[in-house]
Design a protein around this ligand. Structure first.
Ligand code: IPM
Ligand code: MG
Length: 357
């Protein structure tokens, strides 16, 4: 089959980790006889420097014309804590999510047996964790207007907005995943304080009646944050609004060992985007030390979600597990003095796939 993908490396470590994920993708295509057509685009600080726009129209057109987008990371320290910056790299990511209609961000959290000892939690709490966070991605406080500062600069405001339609589509999607998994859904909100959360709960409670095969429970976000570390195995599918999902998934990622391991799929109306959940880690840019596994595992999700190619996704996951078991890992998860480079991890996984039966 022909796989037409857009590759957006972005900033910081983005180009290095995406290069490895792309090599892995090519190895899988060679193995299974697919033709890869990859076209590259700019996004983030890199795009601001060249065009003034963090998500240029040409990049958007490239994404729209592709069947999937493989995305690295964006963000640059030049723009952080710089009130004079008129446009920020992150706006590129938000514009891409909005324009592609990517209303759902799927973040599966699974454990890697050989990494159990790297978790900040006790191994018995972590072994067997298998949950899926479904984060609403194009609404809430990230996009609500008005947003800004008062004229004297002494007051700032953001607005959290959700409509019934936005809540319905993400909750229904979450139920569809719960049905395919262990048939449990946790709806996370802050309905004791926020009006938008009360609407979430009202809508979810109505939809719940249609899914009698799924056991639904409701948690306030503070309680959910606590239970994620106290007993992560209690969760199957978790659905929540944009900002709560952003925070809970960083928390969930370290349960399994490193922020550098967690992939994601953003899906919705137009082309789906596959990206690691971590940021651009500018301190490590160009040093060949960043963990490429979250991006490589995002490529596995790309085969499965965008192209329905499950054996191709599985072989990537096998190869990643083998690299972990062999100790071919970057410094964030390596034993002292035994760290491999980003490119070495990628090359090992690519070679493993080429040799696999
Ligand atoms: C993420 C990131 C982004 C977000 C940032 C870079 C804007 O943290 O994808 O989780 O907050 O959504
Ligand atoms: Mg985040």
């Amino acid at each position: 089959m022909e796989l037409k993908i857009a590759v957006l490396p972005g900033d910081g470590i983005g180009p290095e980790i995406v290069a490895q994920a792309l090599e892995v993708t090519k190895a899988v295509c060679r193995k299974f006889g697919h033709t890869l057509r990859d076209a590259h685009g700019i996004v983030g600080a890199t795009a601001i420097d060249r065009t003034g726009d963090p998500y240029p129209q040409a990049t958007h057109e490239l994404c729209m014309a592709s069947a999937a987008v493989l995305f690295g990371a964006i963000g640059s320290p030049e723009y952080d804590n710089n009130p004079a910056a008129k446009v920020r790299p992150e706006q590129g990511l938000l514009a891409m999510r909005k324009k592609l209609g990517l209303y759902a961000n799927i973040r599966p959290v699974t454990t890697f047996p050989s990494l159990l000892h790297k978790s900040p939690l006790r191994a018995d709490l972590v072994a067997g964790v298998d949950l899926m966070c479904i984060r609403e991605l194009t609404g809430g406080i990230y996009f609500g207007r008005p947003q800004g500062r008062s004229e004297d600069g002494n007051t700032a405001y953001d607005t959290c907005v959700y409509t019934v339609e936005e809540i319905e589509r993400i909750v229904r999607l979450a139920y569809s995943y719960a049905l395919k998994r262990n048939k449990r859904l946790t709806v996370v909100d802050k309905a004791n304080v926020l009006c938008t959360s009360r609407l979430w709960r009202q809508v979810a409670q109505k939809i719940e009646k249609e899914y009698t095969d799924v056991a639904t429970d409701y948690l306030f976000v503070d309680n959910a944050a606590m239970q994620l570390i106290q007993n992560p195995k209690r969760f199957d599918v978790l659905v929540t609004e944009n900002m709560f999902g952003d925070i809970l998934t960083d928390e969930a990622s370290v349960i399994t060992g490193s922020l550098g391991m967690l992939p994601s799929a953003s899906i919705g109306i137009h082309t789906s985007v596959f990206e690691p959940i971590h940021g651009s880690y500018p301190q490590a840019a160009g040093k060949d030390v960043a963990n490429p596994l979250a991006t490589i595992l995002s490529a596995a999700l790309m085969f499965e979600y965008a192209f329905n190619l499950t054996a191709e996704g599985a072989i990537i996951r096998d190869a990643v597990n083998a690299s972990l078991a062999a100790g071919i890992v970057t410094e964030d998860i390596a034993e002292q003095g035994k760290a491999a480079k980003t490119s070495e991890v990628g090359a090992w996984i690519t070679a493993y796939i080429a040799k696999a039966k």
